[in-house]
Design a protein around this ligand. Structure first.
Ligand code: CU
Length: 150
């Protein structure tokens, strides 16, 4: 599916300066996932509605595991899909607001992860049930610190 600008974004672009504004759309996101992953697609839609153009790569589970390892994600930091944006790795159901903060603060780090697939996170929001979860900043030495709590 091709990314589409929402009507709201288009209206804002027209209101606040036309093409110049449109150039400031959010950074492109490239996602690696297994073809059958529904919650991965849910997260991609979440990122698209935040203005990110999203490109998906469906890969075999073995290749996905290698991509995660090569990205510097130990098994306890992994989730379903792995994405890259602005030179950072985004693992799992990280909210777009945290990706935006990462891209503006530009910490010296590998990226962000939401390990596992907590209920209520973007793409895992199927019903009224929500569990609290943390977004972790993954440092270049593999250590983590809490970046956000939801
Ligand atoms: Cu998932």
């Amino acid at each position: 599916m091709r990314p589409v600008l929402s009507a709201g974004v288009l209206a804002a672009a027209l209101l606040f300066g036309g093409p110049a504004m449109a150039e400031q759309k959010s950074a492109p996101v490239e996602v690696w996932k297994s073809a059958s992953c529904g919650c991965c697609t849910g997260w991609m839609k979440h990122m698209q509605s935040a203005g990110h153009p999203v490109k998906a790569n469906n890969v075999a589970l073995g290749i996905l595991a290698r991509i995660k390892r090569q990205a510097g994600l130990s098994s306890d930091l992994q989730s379903c899909h792995t994405a890259k944006v602005g030179g950072y790795v985004i693992e799992g159901h990280v909210p777009a607001e945290d990706v935006a903060r990462l891209l503006s603060e530009k910490p010296d780090a590998i990226g962000l992860t939401v390990p596992g697939m907590p209920l209520g996170s973007p793409g895992m929001d199927f019903g009224p049930d929500k569990e609290p979860y943390e977004v972790l900043l993954v440092k270049k030495d593999g250590s983590t610190e809490v970046f956000a709590r939801h």
